[in-house]
Write a protein that binds this ligand. Sequence first.
Ligand SMILES: NC(=O)C1=CN([C@@H]2O[C@H](COP(=O)(O)OP(=O)(O)OC[C@H]3O[C@@H](n4cnc5c(N)ncnc54)[C@H](O)[C@@H]3O)[C@@H](O)[C@H]2O)C=CC1
Ligand SMILES: O=C([O-])CC(=O)C(=O)O
Length: 239
Amino acid sequence: AGSVAGADLVGVVHADPVDPPGLPVIGFEEAIGCSDLVVECAGQPALRSYGPRVLRAGVDLLVVSTGALVDDELFTSLTEADGGKLSLSTGAIGGLDMVVAATGMGGLDRATLTTTKRAVSLIQPWMSEAEARRLTSAREPIELMRGSARTIASAFPKSANVAASLALAVGDWERVEAAVVADPNAELTSHVITAEGGAGSYRFEVRNHPSAETPTTSGVVPHAVLRAIRSLAGGTVFR
Ligand SMILES: NC(=O)C1=CN([C@@H]2O[C@H](COP(=O)(O)OP(=O)(O)OC[C@H]3O[C@@H](n4cnc5c(N)ncnc54)[C@H](O)[C@@H]3O)[C@@H](O)[C@H]2O)C=CC1
Ligand SMILES: O=C([O-])CC(=O)C(=O)O
């Protein structure tokens, strides 16, 4: 809508069969040829395919699908590429600035994240029919999986990028334990972060309305992206 001062949307690269109405659709090569910044908001596979090429072309890259960075090879190619600058969207959660600051003050001993979403939105292609049915017929919350941030961000690529975002802020994939809970009655998506270390002890709780179009995603995420673009474009960072 042109609401980010200092930034113009030059185009949208997409993979759907039908073009998004009212948006300037362009191809990937055209996008990296005519923009200063590419925003990845297309999923972990798209970041794997396109991220390194964006940076190598000297174009900055803002990443939403942070969970793709669990792949060490991709992590290295994105963080050590010569060319554009990489930045990560805070996406659906808050508190990461404080986690980074606390990590800087002697490190964190431990951090946890519990993500609770509407049960049906957590069905994954790798689940058996019985597992998927358990989610569609659940009456009570079910803890679906608990493990390292690396495990959880890989197992729920459209729902637990936040686990990777927290681990990247802590600077240690294994020190962050994440859990995903399927709640048949969850109206809101919740993310509860805890962290402890030399700087203190922290707890952040986020309760987001899911997007009406894509219930796996919290509705606020595009606005986190817009905030990041505003900041990258040199605008005020407190708005
Ligand atoms: N860091 C965070 O807190 C969060 C991260 N996410 C990430 O954002 C991603 C996008 O979320 P939504 O917009 O809700 O998903 P969506 O499924 O509604 O939209 C994805 C869009 O990406 C496009 N796309 C997919 N593959 C592509 C490719 N190879 N090239 C070009 N376009 C491609 C599709 O055409 C589609 O329009 C999620 O898959 C997830 O990885 C989502 C929520 C929070
Ligand atoms: O939008 C959310 O609440 C979180 C999400 O999907 C993700 O981290 O992939």
